[in-house]
Design a binder for this molecule. Structure first.
Ligand code: NAD
Length: 506
């Protein structure tokens, strides 16, 4: 690092303290005088400078000294630590980066760790199911791309050689959801660190314990590998206030929000580079050319995966009349319970929707079908995975993203009508759609009209995030901002490095 870079790092650290930030300082922080704050900053800067002078030693430092939980009392402290880690991380080699990424994969691929975090997530949030969380956590650790995602481009000619390199943004603030708490932390940590960034996580308060545990596991492993301390940090008490403090902190170079519409809108209005991975309401269309038995099996598997928590999971079925009865019959054989009684359907509606009927009642999000039916006085076995209801196309179950295995089925006259309705109920989220058909023309028509980031044909929705289907895994699907299925390159700056009239060897 040269003097200019050091000066820039120091000035970035100091810049926050040139602005008054009364509303971002959490009330719980003991009051410190300005002098004390500057003194502690001086310490940070001095540490950074000392480590710069020792060159590569800043990367491969003492494992014991670096061990820590990565969780800080205040957002301010968490960000300061991630800033220092970022300065140090720039001194690490590509080989170091690879070893850190592999280390993160290794911890979460240990069977006992996978079991522990999957169990903790279900117990803490009261959502989803253990077996599917195991699959999701495993795929996040295994199939999130690492450094190989950052392929340099070269342009050569008479003018010389130009390289386009993927380079770090700096410190990323990542806001994570309650529905995939550890999956997102594993996935984002691998992608963001691979691109050379450090990360401050602001998890959902309802998945606090398991998120902090995942961050601690990462910190312990990175310390063991001699990485700079605090490359992945968080706060001990995640809250909306802390998230807002992070969003507004000038030392955060990029924001990534994985969650519902409110948080995506907030980061997109922040004035910073932001990646928004927002809500979906994926329709599954079935036409008369589909393999109906397979379509039924796939829909039930996709819809019930982690009790319908994934943003990609089938949220409504739109079926051509001609095959509707047979599809429902096959879905029943594959683990669906068809609820026909009008009174019970009304009761279910009151139970699982919020008071205004504009979305789900949080208490039922991610619950299993058996539990939901029990609340209606219906007892079923473990084989029942999904509750089916035939509805009108305007029913709230169709229109709103429920994130529970309550699956409305709407009949339409033909496939064109099915596609039209699918586009409508997807609401322009550009998230995910599923179609079961062997008619290539209609499959193409739906893909063109619906414009979703993920379009799964003849399979369960989760094939779109690397579970079963080809392609890498991600738990941050950025439809609103267009990065799509994020990986390391989404979290990198594109930089051009030009050698004039030389190094062209053609
Ligand atoms: P949520 O929007 O309630 O919370 C997500 C995160 O944002 C949490 O950390 C929460 O604390 C924070 N947050 C929410 N509103 C905020 C506000 N006004 N100010 C500051 N912080 C705020 O979502 P959730 O229930 O955790 O997750 C489910 C939602 O996320 C669904 O809509 C789902 O489709 C979506 N999701 C999308 C993706 C994707 O990749 N596109 C992945 C997972 C979940």
């Amino acid at each position: 690092m040269n003097d200019i870079e050091i000066a820039q790092a120091v000035s970035t650290i100091l810049s926050k303290f040139t602005k008054a930030t009364p509303d971002t300082a959490p009330a719980a922080v003991p009051a410190t005088s300005d002098a004390a704050r500057v003194e502690s900053l001086d310490d940070i800067v001095a540490k950074a400078l000392a480590q710069q002078t020792s060159g590569r030693a800043a990367c491969a430092s003492s494992p014991v000294a670096n061990a820590g939980t990565g969780a800080f009392e205040t957002m301010d402290e968490a960000i300061s630590a991630a800033v220092l880690a970022q300065v140090q991380y720039r001194h690490c080699s590509m080989q170091d980066r690879t070893s850190f990424i592999n280390g993160i994969r290794d911890i979460f691929l240990q069977e006992e760790v996978l079991c522990a975090i999957s169990r903790m997530a279900v117990d803490e949030t009261g959502m989803g199911n253990y077996e599917d969380k195991l699959i999701k956590n495993r795929v996040a650790a295994l199939k999130t791309p690492g450094l190989e995602d950052l392929a340099t481009r070269a342009i050569t000619g008479d003018g010389g050689l130009t390289l386009i390199e993927y380079s770090a943004f700096g410190v990323i603030g990542s806001i994570t959801p309650t529905t995939n708490p550890t999956e997102t932390i594993i996935n984002n940590s691998i992608s963001m660190l691979a691109a050379g960034n450090t990360v401050v996580f602001s998890p959902h308060p309802r998945s606090r314990k398991v998120s902090l545990y995942a961050v601690e596991l990462i910190n312990n492993k990175l310390a063991e590998l001699g990485a700079p301390a605090n490359m992945v940090v968080t706060v001990t008490k995640p809250s909306i206030d802390n998230t807002n403090a992070m969003i507004n902190d000038p030392r955060i170079n990029m924001l990534v929000a994985t969650g519902g519409p409110a948080i995506v809108k907030t980061v997109m209005s922040s004035g910073k580079k932001a990646i928004g991975a927002g809500a979906g309401n994926p329709p599954a269309v079935v036409d008369e050319t589909a393999d109906i038995e397979k379509a039924a099996r796939d829909i039930i598997k996709g819809c019930s995966f982690d009790n319908n928590l994934p943003c990609v999971a089938e949220k409504e079925v739109i079926v051509v009349n001609q095959v509707a009865d047979y599809l429902i019959h096959c879905m029943k054989k594959s683990g669906a319970y068809l609820l026909c009684d009008k009174k019970l359907i009304q009761q279910l509606q009151t139970l699982v929707l919020n008071e205004k009927g504009t979305g789900p009642n949080t208490g039922f999000v991610g619950k299993d079908a058996r539990y939901i039916l029990q609340q209606l006085g219906i007892t079923v076995g473990d084989d029942i995975k999904v509750i089916l209801i035939e509805t009108e196309k305007t029913h709230p179950f169709v229109v709103h993203e429920l994130m529970m295995p309550v699956l409305p089925v709407v009949r339409v006259d033909n496939v064109d009508e099915a596609i039209e309705l699918a586009v409508k109920v997807e609401h322009g989220n550009r998230h995910t759609a599923i179609m079961h058909s062997t008619n290539v023309e209609k499959l193409t028509k739906m893909a063109r009209l619906i414009q979703t980031t993920i379009f799964v044909k003849n399979g369960p929705s989760y094939a779109g995030i690397g579970v079963g289907g080809e392609g890498h895994a991600t738990f941050t699907i950025a439809g609103p901002t267009g990065e799509g299925l994020t990986s390391a390159r989404a979290f990198a700056r594109h930089r051009r490095c030009v050698m004039v009239e030389a190094l062209n060897i053609r």
